[in-house]
Design a protein. Structure first.
Length: 35
């Protein structure tokens, strides 16, 4: 497979990155609203 990750792995990594960005965004928004 020439070292390329599988499509499932790519989508899983993308989902993890998106969830991390979403959680940090919610956290920053909460900090901004509270602070």
């Amino acid at each position: 497979h020439y070292g390329y990750p599988h499509r499932g792995t790519v989508s899983m990594i993308t989902t993890n990155v998106l969830s991390v960005f979403t959680l940090s965004g919610i956290f920053l928004l909460h900090q901004w609203l509270v602070g």
